[in-house]
Structures are given as C-alpha cells and as structure tokens.
Design a protein around this ligand. Structure first.
Ligand SMILES: Cc1cc2nc3c(=O)[nH]c(=O)nc-3n(C[C@H](O)[C@H](O)[C@H](O)COP(=O)(O)OP(=O)(O)OC[C@H]3O[C@@H](n4cnc5c(N)ncnc54)[C@H](O)[C@@H]3O)c2cc1C
Length: 468
C-alpha cells in the first residue's frame, strides 16, 4: 500500500501512545481515541500491582525521545514500577507532551471499524476505500476516516469468565456480588472485603499467583482469612514458572514465592478443578467436587473485543484470536516456554492492508505479553505504514526468556543480541529468527525437513494451558 498520511490508533495505553510517537517521527499524523478520561486508563485499574519487568523494558524508544525534549527524568532502568508509577512517571508525562495533547481524544470510545462505504463482503473499490471508525464522543457519534488503523485497545475490560468451557458458568451472574475479576487491590481498597473470609482464587497465571501471594500476606494480619487455589491443571510446577531460570527475576520470584506458600500449607490447593457451576452460597462445583467460599476471584485471563472489528477482514488464529501468523509463536499448546521471537508488521498483517492489532490485544487470549513486545510491534508496523520496509523487517529486540521450557535442555544459547538479557541455557535454543518457527530448535528441525521442535510434549499440553 502507499505510505499513509494519517493513522487512527485505538487506545491511549503505553502501546497506543508508542505507536503515536513512532508515527510522529515518520511525519504521519496519529489520532488516538481513548475511552477513559486519561492515558493508561486500563493500567489505572491495576495500579497497585508491581510489575515484574523493569523500567528498561517498560519504556518505548520513540516515546523516550519525545519525552527527552521536555526535561523528563527517566526512571532508573533497574526499578520495578507499580501500575500507578508506570502511569505517573511515564504514561502521563508522555500524554502531556504537546504532540500527544494534539493527538489524543479522551472519552472517545471506538464502537466499530470498517472501510468507508464498503461492507466486508465487497471487493470492488475496497483497496482504495479509507478506514472509517464510528466513535462515541461526549458530543455524540463521530465517523472518522484514516488511511490505516492500529487497534491497541488492550483486553483489560474483557476478562474471561469462570466456566472451564470459556463461558460464564451457570450461577456466575447470580453470585456476582461475591465474585471479582482480575487483580483486586487486596492490601488497599479491597482489604475489608477479603479480611477474615474464605477466598477462592481461580486461575494459574501471573494474576492468580500475584493475588494468592497478596491474600497470604493479608492472612498474616487478618485472623480467619483462608485461601483456596482452584487450579485447572494437575502439575503446579507449570504455574511456579522458571524460578531462578527466568530472565525476569521478579517474575521468577513470584513462582518461587507461591511454591513456598503451597509447601507451607498456607494455601489450600484444588488441582484438576474444572469449574462448571456456581451454586447458591458460593458453592463452586467441578463435576462431583464442591468447594465453598465467601468470595471468588476469577483470574483466568482476558480476551480481545472483536465485535468492533466485524467489518474488517481479519486473519485470526482460531484458538487464540490473535493474528494468524503470530499464533504458532505464542500458542501455549505448541510452544511451552512462552519465550517469543520478536515480531512485527509481517506477522501482524491482515487481509485488509493497513489494519493491525498491537499490544496486549495482539496476543488475543494468549498469556505472557510484555510491553517490550508491544513496543517492537508498533515500531515495525509504523515503519511498514511509512513505506520503510527495511526498518519494518529489522529485529531490534530479543525478549527475556521465561525459563519454563518443556523442550529438550540446551547447554548452549545460540540466539542472542547485544542488548538482550542473558538467555536461559535450559531453554530450547531461544527465540527463532524466522517467521514460521517458535524457537531455534523448531527452526532447525524444520530446516532439516522435520515437523518441528516437538515442544508440545503430550504430558505437558494440559499443564501448559494452565493460565486459567
Ligand atoms: C495486572 C497486570 C500486570 C502486568 N504486568 C506486566 C509487567 O510486569 N510487564 C509487562 O511487560 N507487561 C505486564 N502486563 C501486560 C501488559 O504489558 C499490560 O497489560 C499493558 O498495559 C498493555 O498495554 P496496551 O497499551 O497494549 O494495553 P492497555 O494498557 O490495556 O491500554 C489499552 C487502552 O485502550 C483503551 N480502550 C479500550 N477499548 C477502547 C475503545 N473501544 N475505544 C477507545 N479506547 C479503548 C483502554 O481504556 C486503555 O487505556 C501486565 C498486565 C496486567 C493486567
């Protein structure tokens, strides 16, 4: 497609703002629509959570260059901000720059994206038709046209329900008063709700683990607080993660801490718990098993809102609801370690050229998204839209490994960049360097005419799905 002049960006989260910063550097006009009253509106909902990635991974390069012109003081690269700190020290100052103040429209909710005057079925004239967004604004609906769209609207506002089948469990709505989703502020605003209660936490990812650790801390000062972890898989080791092998030390530490709490008996665990109904009195049912609690925290991950994309021709992975080419790189069924090769415009493209999902939303239902991934995505996407295909295809990042690889153990690390954190020697060779491989082993196996790396060892498949 021709280089674009104007990009519509959905969401003023860190990735949406980064996309705008890169667009500005290429002389492209960005217009950012944000449903909330401020930038980082989704992060503000989990502001009490301390991030496991350091500032060095949480700041986008083009955004930093924009901020540098304002006298902004860059936080110490080694610190781990909370969500509030990420907003106060980075997102808000970025949004306050002159360029961003011109670009971002707050309280503007994008309802629908399509091609102006052309429905999804029609081919004729499609390539020439600009994108048209229908946006709810404080002054009423607005139809806004742009040459390209980057949807960086995240997934925070669409948490997965409690049912093991991916749907709301029978009784979930009726018991809503005692159910919360995501990561409640247990040490702060939500303390009174949970102190002295029996609380069930459903899920196996970082949100569930962070919440369990917070509850264990609460139990130390609030007598009578009891915690039960409802875990879908049978092997807790998967949830414990890579421990000291994790290149993000704080992420590894979360796993080590929860392992210790479980070993000490401070958290009761119900393994293989596939929740299928919630009965009155918050009786949580999985087949014949029943667990009773006063409160349930559902930390089963998030899903993308695809309704507003109904008129865009998308190519999505059927399971993960992420761009199809990205699926094999991040699918926990296929590639257990969560270590992801950096990817950009090529992997994120859809049949409608000029439309991209980026940031947390680009991962669809897959876990393990990192901000650094999102920044690399939008750097590449914007370069592609500007016609700078060389920069679009250049890889400028190697992501830290999780250290939970299920593949054959390697003694040498073959993929490394100067700026990359040391890769784990226990992983399957590290991230691949070609598009159709999930890791170096996979890349080499395919080059040798074999099916792939086989990281989806059958015994580990169910455990690797345990973000729920
Ligand atoms: C509890 C938690 C902890 C995390 N910790 C880390 C960590 O330590 N390190 C790390 O790298 N990543 C972490 N992540 C993952 C990820 O980096 C963050 O979720 C990050 O905020 C994603 O940025 P984003 O810009 O893609 O999306 P978001 O920050 O979610 O921003 C999306 C924006 O779009 C807006 N929006 C949504 N819908 C619309 C609409 N229809 N119209 C207009 N605006 C809309 C939202 O209000 C929001 O402001 C964490 C995530 C969570 C939930």
């Amino acid at each position: 497609m021709n280089p674009v002049k104007r990009i519509a960006i959905v969401g003023a989260g860190p990735v949406g703002l980064a996309a705008a910063a890169h667009a500005l550097e290429y002389g492209i006009e960005p217009i950012v629509f944000e449903r909330g009253p401020e930038a980082g509106h989704a992060i503000a909902q989990w502001g009490h959570v301390r991030m496991f990635s350091t500032w060095s991974l949480n700041i986008d390069a083009a955004s930093a260059r924009l901020l540098a012109k304002t006298g902004w003081k860059r936080p110490d690269d080694t610190g781990h901000p909370t969500g509030v700190e990420l907003c106060d020290r980075y997102v808000a100052p970025l949004a306050a720059t002159d360029a961003m103040r011109k670009a971002v429209r707050y309280r503007h909710t994008v309802r629908s994206i399509g091609r102006a005057g052309i429905d999804k079925v029609k081919n004729a004239g499609r390539a020439q038709a600009p994108y048209e967004l229908i946006v709810d604004t404080p002054d009423g609906p607005w139809r806004f046209r742009a040459d390209a769209v980057i949807d960086a609207s995240g997934t925070w506002f669409a948490p997965n329900p409690a049912g093991a089948d991916g749907r709301a469990a029978p009784g979930e709505a009726a018991n809503a008063a005692h159910i919360s989703y995501g990561m409640p502020d247990i040490a702060g605003a939500a303390r009174a709700r949970y102190a002295g209660k029996r609380i069930a936490v459903l899920g196996g990812g970082h949100s569930a683990i962070g919440t369990l650790i917070e509850l264990a801390a609460l139990a130390e000062t609030a007598p009578g607080t009891r915690i039960v972890w409802l875990y879908r898989g049978m092997r807790l080791e998967r949830a414990f993660g890579g421990g000291s092998a994790d290149a993000l030390a704080a992420r590894g530490a979360l796993g080590s801490e929860i392992a210790e709490l479980v070993a000490l008996g401070r958290i009761e665990v119900e393994k293989g718990f596939h929740l299928d109904a919630i009965e009155p009195g918050l009786v949580l049912r999985a087949g014949e098993r029943r667990v009773t609690a006063d409160e349930l925290i559902v930390a089963t991950g998030f899903r993308p809102d695809l309704d507003m994309l109904r008129e865009v021709r998308l190519s999505l992975d059927p399971a993960l609801e992420c761009p199809a080419a990205l699926g094999p790189l991040i699918d926990p069924n296929l590639h257990s370690c969560g270590t992801v090769r950096p990817h950009g415009a090529v992997e994120l493209a859809h049949p409608d050229p000029g439309f991209y999902l980026a940031g947390m939303k680009a991962y669809g239902r897959a876990p393990t998204f990192l901000l650094a991934t999102g920044y690399e995505q939008v750097r590449s996407i914007v370069a592609e839209l500007a016609g700078d295909t060389v920069a679009a295809r250049r890889v400028e990042l190697v992501l830290p490994e999780t250290g939970v690889c299920a593949g054959p153990v390697k003694t040498t690390v073959r993929v490394k960049a100067a700026s990359a954190p040391a890769a784990s020697a226990g992983c399957c060779g590290g991230p691949a360097t070609v598009a159709d491989a999930c890791c170096v082993d996979d890349q080499e196996a395919k080059a040798a005419g074999e099916a792939g790396c086989g990281c989806a060892a059958p015994a580990l498949i169910s455990a690797s799905q345990d973000t729920r």
